[in-house]
Design a protein around this ligand. Structure first.
Ligand SMILES: Nc1nc2c(ncn2[C@@H]2O[C@H](COP(=O)(O)OP(=O)(O)OP(=O)(O)O)[C@@H](O)[C@H]2O)c(=O)[nH]1
Ligand SMILES: [Mg+2]
Length: 243
């Protein structure tokens, strides 16, 4: 008997991919850099994103943010204190965000006036890897208290990300955490991946990370270009911040 569940899953993924492609097209046309943050629950996505939003605003970049959680709007309320428009996506049991959830929550936003759209995914080391959200850059966070072996145990999340950020580096000594080992583990599943280390609490490493984000915005036409075949888009999004 053919596995029906598998067939249904394939259909859902195909539909998601099609919608993600449409979203990516829209992001390219409106020249907004879209960053999808993925990690285990509690790895520090919201804490880091709050600092990013605040710093980018001070540097005159326009940002928007959506945040996914199974329940509560705690993260959206926390992020909204940055002054940036934020929307909570309550997934009501889904352990990841899907392209239609993002599309439904940003449809009336003026993307063309924004430089960055941040998506904080649901905390989960498995499911978010499978769902394209049309992002330009997927960032996987790995927090110090998780130990060094998570890239080996959850390779797909690291494989499908573009950049890794080791968070809570201020806890390295107390957790007896070895940054070199986790870097080697990341490289073994995703050779060549760029890795940052930072603490959103102390600010260590934040400068390099923020400079990377700004540079990504200003010098790269993002992964959108790589992911979309030329035949599907004539867009040539401009670089740099919008005024
Ligand atoms: N020591 C330390 N704690 C941190 C740091 N970043 C976040 N935390 C703490 O880690 C806990 C979880 O942080 P969150 O930012 O809520 O993590 P999250 O990934 O958004 O969590 P979910 O959205 O629930 O998946 C909070 O108690 C934060 O204060 C850090 O750099 N250093
Ligand atoms: Mg959060």
């Amino acid at each position: 008997m053919p596995p029906r569940i598998l067939e249904l899953r394939k259909k859902v993924l195909k539909k998601n991919d099609e919608l993600a492609r449409e979203l990516r097209q829209r992001f390219v046309e409106t020249d907004v850099t879209v960053i999808n943050l993925v990690s285990s629950p509690g790895a520090g996505k919201t804490t880091l994103l709050f600092r990013i939003l605040t710093a980018l605003q001070q540097a005159d970049f326009q940002s928007l943010a959506v945040v996914g959680d199974l329940a509560t709007d705690n993260d959206a309320r926390q992020l909204a204190r940055s002054g940036v428009p934020v929307r909570q996506i309550t997934t009501d049991g889904y352990c990841h965000l899907e392209a239609d959830m993002v599309a439904g929550h940003i449809h009336d936003w003026d993307l063309a006036s924004s430089d960055f759209l941040f998506i904080e995914n649901v905390g989960n080391l498995v499911c978010p890897a499978t769902y394209d959200l049309g992002e330009s850059l997927r960032v996987v966070l790995h927090s110090v208290p998780e130990g060094e072996d998570k890239p080996l145990k959850y390779p797909k999340l690291f494989n499908t990300a573009d950049v890794a950020v080791i968070t809570k580096i201020d806890l390295a000594a107390v957790c007896e955490f070895d940054p070199q080992t986790v870097r080697e583990n990341i490289q073994s599943v995703r050779p060549g991946m760029r890795v940052f280390e930072l603490s959103a609490k102390t600010g260590d490493g934040m400068h390099q990370w923020l400079e990377f984000l700004k540079e990504f915005r200003t010098t790269t036409q993002t992964k959108s270009e790589i992911r979309i075949p030329e035949s599907e888009t004539n867009s040539s999004a401009t670089n740099g911040r919008k005024k």
